[in-house]
Write a protein that binds this ligand. Structure first.
Ligand SMILES: [Mg+2]
Length: 345
């Protein structure tokens, strides 16, 4: 309602935040190029705040990610990048003695982090490693997976060594399409040995804990484009989150988001970080966001008013459906609610 849009005091998502943590693909860039408005909005977000990045991708070093971001116009130091191999080291130092030998399944990015953490790298199970750490690299093949299986043959409850996976993303985007990601390769070892890896990256919490600790964050805000990794992980870590609709997940996914994967804010693009975020109210089965109003009527979701902005209609639709505690497949949802006028890469 007009009442809300006139309230000058409505804060923006960025207000009160001391550390902005951003996912990369689908938030900052798509492929090699920056997404619309991302660079300007993030540079503005840095005013008086720490701006840092979280990535599950274990095949790039923090320095190479920082160089890429700097080329895009976001001056970034390697220390501003939190990677899943770094989160994996956080887990390793808690579980094995300093200077232990670690079997690495992965590439140079992971080897570098293992060495930086003071461990000795081996590629052979015959060297009696104290742990296995596994991350994606294009050169990981049967030989490396077999060494992991040999090293992990004893179950952990019978004194077997720890197995840490940097992340379990099933796929990894490549120029020619989606290819098997680290989760697929971890799963191959799992199938062979019957053990489960401990995971460091999103949607697990170690990568968020590493970021909060490194930047001494008191009120961080995480920006992501995926509900099932970014937003779920931020929620598990107790961090406020914004889903930005410039990447993987679309309006229909937002409406269907399960309880643990619902973001604090829903943004069409990163400009909205700096704009007043409208009040979202749900009363008597009617959700109102500015001029947009959506009602729940039994199994029907009804648009009472589209409002002026598609993003407000989506926010109202999500609030209405989420407030019921019912699953999305129990509803008839009008097409205009999951229309997708937002930018997609
Ligand atoms: Mg992403």
């Amino acid at each position: 309602m007009a009442l809300f849009s006139r309230r000058a005091s409505t804060p923006a998502p960025i207000d009160g935040v001391d550390v902005v943590l951003a996912d990369l693909d689908g938030v900052v860039y798509a492929g090699a190029g920056a997404l619309p408005y991302a660079v300007d909005s993030l540079n503005k977000a840095r005013d008086g705040r720490v701006l840092a990045y979280i990535t599950n991708n274990a095949s790039r070093t923090d320095a190479s990610v920082a160089a890429h971001l700097s080329e895009l116009g976001l001056a970034t130091a390697p220390g501003d990048i939190v990677t899943s191999p770094q989160a994996a080291m956080r887990l390793l130092v808690q579980r094995i003695a300093p200077g232990s030998t670690v079997l690495v399944v992965g590439g140079d990015g992971l080897v570098t982090e293992v060495e930086k953490a003071g461990f000795v790298v081996t590629r052979s199970a015959d060297d009696a490693p104290s742990a296995v750490v596994q991350g994606f690299a294009p050169e990981v093949g049967w030989t490396q997976l077999a060494e992991a299986a040999y090293a992990l043959k004893v179950p952990e409850e019978e004194g077997g060594i720890p197995w840490i996976a940097t992340n379990t993303d099933w796929t990894i985007p490549q120029a020619r399409g989606l290819a098997p990601g680290n989760g697929t390769l971890v799963s191959a070892v799992h199938t062979a040995v019957g053990r489960l890896a401990t995971v460091a990256g999103k949607p697990e919490v170690p990568i968020f804990q590493e970021a909060v600790a490194r930047f001494s964050a008191r009120q961080p805000l995480f920006l992501g484009d995926r509900l099932d990794t970014d937003i779920l992980g931020a929620n598990r870590a107790g961090i406020a989150s914004a889903l930005v609709l410039t990447g993987v997940d679309r309006p229909k996914h937002v409406l269907a988001a399960p309880e643990g994967s619902r973001p604090t804010f829903i943004l069409g693009d990163l400009r909205e970080l700096h704009e007043p975020y409208p009040e979202v109210s749900v009363k008597g089965g009617v959700a109102t966001v500015r001029e947009a109003r959506v009602a729940i009527d039994g199994a029907d979701v009804r648009v009472l008013s589209e409002g002026d902005r598609p993003i407000d209609l989506l926010r109202a639709g999500a609030a209405a459906i989420w407030s019921t505690g019912r699953a999305i497949f129990g509803f008839r949802v009008p097409e205009q609610l999951y229309a997708d006028p937002f930018h997609r890469p």
